[in-house]
Ligand binder design. Structure first.
Ligand SMILES: Cc1cc2nc3c(=O)[nH]c(=O)nc-3n(C[C@H](O)[C@H](O)[C@H](O)COP(=O)(O)OP(=O)(O)OC[C@H]3O[C@@H](n4cnc5c(N)ncnc54)[C@H](O)[C@@H]3O)c2cc1C
Length: 464
C-alpha cells in the first residue's frame, strides 16, 4: 500500500465547515512539513468564518480580527474554498467518501436548546441564536419577525451569548451604526421601544456561566443602569464553598455586588439581572406578552453539584420579546453517527465512532463545537483541532485511500457543476469581501453585509 501524504500519493482531505475549527484543522495539516496534501474546505455559504461572522457581537469588532489569521489558511495554494456547498444537500456522504481520503466534520452547533415550557414558540419568543443571526445578517435569519415594539424583553440564560443579546437590545443604535450589524437590524433597533431587559438565571450568582469582562461591560454601556437585588445574590453555604477555587465566580460575584450597591439610577434604559428564577410559561394571546417565572432554590444533586429546584413561588414578568439562551446543540448530519446525550457527532477524541458497535468510521473525524459541544472561545478550537489532526495523522499508515481515478480535485468540480452548484471559490469570497468592505468604507463602517445568498452570488458573478 502506498503511504498516503507522500509525493507518490498526496493526501486528499475534505473539511466540512469553514468556521474556526475547520480552518484550524486545515492549518494544522498544512503545518506538517512532511505531509503532501490538498484540502478542500466546504462551506454552506459563500462567506467563510462561521460564527466569527454570524455570531460574534457587532460591538466586539476587535474579536473579528481573527479572520486575518483564518484567511491565511484559505489563501494557501494547497487549499480550495468550496463555498455555497451544503453537505447533505449538494454533496452526500457517499460522495465525500468517493473523493476524499479523510473528512473532518466541523459543522458547529447551530441549533438551540429548548426551555420546554408552554408558549415557548409564540411569536416574539425566539432562540437567542436566531436573534444573533438576525442582527448579524445570517441568511437563515434575515427574515426573523423581530418586533421591538415593547418596553421589556426577557433573556433567559446566564452565559456570554445572553450578555451579547442583552447589550444589543440596550446599546444606543448610534454606537452600533459604526459596526457591521445588518442594516435592517440597525433600522429596527432605531425604532425599538425596549427600555428594560430582564436576564433570568436559573441558578445563583455563583453558578452563572458568563465571564467577568462580559458582565462588567454591561455596567459601562452609556445610558443604561444595571440593577441587581442584593437579596438575589446572597449565597447559600454550598455556593460559598463551591466557589472557593473558582476565580471567575468570585470576580463575577464582586461585580454583581458592585451593581447591587449602586443607588437606583435614572438612565433611559435598564438591565435587571435576576438569579434563582426560571421561566415556566410564556404567556400571550397570539404573541408573547409575559413570562411566568418560578423562584428556585439550590439543592445538592447526587454528583455533589448544585441544581435548581422550584419553590412553588410564581410571578409574572411582562415582556413582548423573549430570548432563550440556554445552550446550543449540533444538528445531526447525514451519514455521521450522532450522540443525542451530548448533542455532538459521536466521536472519541475527534475520531468518528459508531455508537452501537464502537467501531471507528475510517477516515472520518470531528472538530470544534460539533466534536465537543458548544463551549469555549474561538481560540480554544485551535488546540482542539490540532488534537483531531493528530488522530488523522496516526491513522495514515493504516488508511486505504480513495481510488486513483477519483482523487483529482477537478472531479469534485465536475461533480458539483453537474449538480448545478455555483461554487464560490476563495477568489469569489475575496470579491465579495472587497464589495462589502467598500460599501462599509463609504459609511465609516468595517463592512456592509450582504444578507442573502442570491445577493452574494450576484456580486460574485459580476466580479468573475
Ligand atoms: C452568539 C455567539 C457569540 C460568540 N462570541 C464569541 C466571542 O466574542 N469571542 C470568542 O472567542 N468566541 C465567541 N463565540 C464562540 C465561537 O464562535 C466558537 O468557539 C466557534 O465559532 C466554534 O467554531 P466551529 O468551527 O466549531 O463552529 P462555527 O463557527 O459554527 O462554524 C461552522 C461552519 O460550518 C458550516 N456548516 C454547517 N453545516 C454545514 C453543512 N451541512 N455543509 C457545509 N457547511 C456547513 C457553517 O456555515 C459554519 O461556517 C461565540 C459563539 C456564539 C454562538
Amino acid at each position: 500500500m502506498t503511504q498516503l501524504g507522500t509525493a507518490a500519493r498526496p493526501l486528499r482531505v475534505a473539511v466540512v465547515g469553514a468556521g474556526p475549527a475547520g480552518l484550524y484543522a486545515a492549518q494544522a495539516l498544512l503545518d506538517r512539513p512532511d505531509l503532501l496534501l490538498t484540502v478542500d474546505v466546504l462551506n454552506r455559504f459563500p462567506t467563510p468564518f462561521g460564527l466569527v461572522r454570524d455570531g460574534v457581537a457587532p460591538d466586539h469588532q476587535s474579536i473579528k480580527a481573527v479572520t486575518r489569521v483564518l484567511e491565511r489558511t484559505l489563501a494557501d495554494p494547497r487549499v480550495r474554498f468550496l463555498g455555497n456547498v451544503t453537505y447533505g444537500v449538494d454533496l452526500h456522504h457517499r460522495d465525500l467518501k468517493r473523493f476524499y481520503d479523510q473528512i473532518v466534520y466541523a459543522v458547529g452547533a447551530q441549533a438551540d436548546r429548548r426551555m420546554s415550557v408552554p408558549g415557548e414558540d409564540l411569536p416574539g419568543s425566539f432562540p437567542a441564536i436566531s436573534f444573533v443571526g438576525w442582527y448579524n445578517g445570517h441568511p437563515d435569519y434575515r427574515d426573523l419577525p423581530v418586533d421591538l415594539d415593547c418596553e421589556r424583553a426577557v433573556v433567559v440564560g446566564n452565559g456570554n451569548v445572553a450578555m451579547d443579546v442583552t447589550r444589543m437590545l440596550v446599546r444606543s443604535p448610534d454606537e452600533l451604526a459604526g459596526t457591521d450589524m445588518a442594516d435592517y437590524a440597525l433600522a429596527a433597533l432605531r425604532r425599538s421601544r425596549v427600555r428594560e431587559v430582564v436576564v433570568l438565571g436559573r441558578r445563583g450568582a455563583a453558578q452563572a456561566s458568563f465571564t467577568t469582562p462580559e458582565v462588567r461591560e454591561l455596567g459601562r454601556i452609556e445610558g443604561v443602569d444595571v440593577a441587581v437585588d442584593p437579596a438575589d445574590i446572597e449565597l447559600d453555604e454550598a455556593s460559598r464553598a463551591g466557589m472557593e477555587e473558582d476565580r471567575t465566580a468570585k470576580a463575577n460575584l464582586r461585580q454583581l455586588q458592585e451593581y447591587a450597591a449602586r443607588p437606583p439610577g435614572s438612565a433611559p434604559r435598564r438591565i435587571t439581572l435576576r438569579f434563582l428564577t426560571s421561566p415556566v410559561e410564556v404567556l400571550g394571546n397570539g404573541r408573547a406578552a409575559a413570562v411566568r417565572v418560578e423562584r428556585n432554590r439550590l439543592e445538592v444533586d447526587p454528583n455533589g453539584g448544585l441544581r435548581s429546584k422550584g419553590t412553588g413561588r410564581f410571578e409574572v414578568v411582562e415582556a413582548g420579546l423573549v430570548l432563550r439562551s440556554i445552550g446550543y446543540r449540533t444538528v445531526p448530519i447525514e451519514g455521521v453517527p450522532f450522540d443525542p446525550a451530548t448533542s455532538t457527532l459521536n466521536n472519541i477524541a475527534g475520531q468518528v465512532v459508531h455508537p452501537s458497535t464502537g467501531e471507528v468510521a475510517p477516515g472520518e473525524y470531528a472538530a470544534g463545537w460539533a466534536k465537543r459541544g458548544p463551549t469555549g472561545k474561538i481560540g480554544n478550537n485551535k488546540p482542539d483541532s490540532a488534537s483531531t489532526v493528530a488522530a488523522m495523522l496516526a491513522d495514515l499508515p493504516e488508511l486505504n485511500g480513495v481510488a486513483d481515478d477519483h482523487r483529482d480535485p477537478a472531479k469534485v468540480d465536475a461533480f458539483l457543476r453537474r449538480r448545478g452548484v455555483d461554487v464560490a471559490t476563495y477568489t469569489d469570497w475575496q470579491a465579495l469581501d472587497a464589495h462589502e468592505r467598500a460599501a462599509g468604507a463609504a459609511q465609516g463602517r468595517p463592512r456592509v453585509k450582504l444578507c442573502t445568498v442570491p445577493e452574494m452570488l450576484e456580486v460574485i458573478q459580476r466580479a468573475r
